[in-house]
Design a protein around this ligand. Structure first.
Ligand code: HEC
Ligand code: HEC
Length: 171
């Protein structure tokens, strides 16, 4: 059952990838919201570097989280533990894992800093999402469920676009 589900997800992901021309992301260097510090600076519109293997393997269960959302050390840690990935087995043949890991680390938000497995645990994420206009109840809505579900509120998340003007909080 898991396999069938995963295949359907993969097919969806692949057709999405073909359908999307990744023009979205001129990195908005002059956006003025850089310098989140510490865990690397996250731009609200990330350049959308692509790697087809990453698209295929890392968009099967959730969106393919843009490499610029974590620092290199964090990606190394994520990729080193794929067999026990948030209670799922996301393991890959060594060669594929190495290619994806290199891609993620080369395009990461920075080389150093605290390593974390979760984007939603980074300091910048907390700064952007704690309080503000998101009440605690919002995170529990059926359409959101998890902070990891970026696309619930950032419809362009798959393209690395988290611009505040694109945010839609689901009811
Ligand atoms: C078999 C399903 C599956 C596959 C394949 C998979 N993941 Fe995940 N991933 C999960 C689950 C489940 C979570 C936890 C989601 C949640 O907490 O809502 C997760 C969460 C994550 C998170 C943390 C998100 C956050 O901020 O909380 C990262 C980063 C991540 N995955 C990266 C990857 C990468 C990179 C790949 C490809 C190598 C990958 N995943 C492939 C199932 C998968
Ligand atoms: C429940 C809805 C919700 C979810 C889920 C969510 N966000 Fe956000 N996000 C917001 C809101 C609302 C803001 C604007 C906060 C503010 O105005 O300061 C925001 C702001 C941001 C910003 C800064 C945007 C800007 O223009 O300054 C980034 C980057 C971001 N989110 C990334 C993410 C990532 C990555 C994920 C998933 C790991 C995620 N968000 C999940 C609602 C959400």
């Amino acid at each position: 059952m898991f396999n069938v589900k995963r295949k359907i997800f993969l097919m969806l992901a692949v057709s999405l990838a073909i359908g999307i021309t990744v023009t979205a992301a001129q990195a908005d260097d002059d956006h003025g919201r850089e310098g989140h510090g510490g865990e690397g600076h996250v731009k609200t519109t990330l350049k959308a570097p692509a790697n087809s293997l990453w698209q295929k393997e890392c968009a099967a269960c959730h969106i393919a989280y843009a490499p610029g959302l974590l620092n290199a050390e964090s990606w190394r840690k994520v990729m080193a533990g794929l067999d026990k990935h948030f209670n799922s087995d996301a393991s890959l043949p060594a060669r594929e894992a190495a290619e994806i890991s290199a891609f993620l680390q080369n395009n990461a938000s920075g080389k150093t800093g605290a390593a974390t497995l979760r984007i939603s645990e980074t300091a910048w994420f907390k700064r952007q999402h704690d309080g503000h206009e998101i009440s605690p109840e919002v995170w529990k809505r059926a359409a959101v469920k998890s902070p990891a579900n970026c696309a619930a509120c950032h419809p362009q998340a798959e393209r690395g676009n988290f611009n505040e003007h694109e945010i839609r909080i689901p009811r």
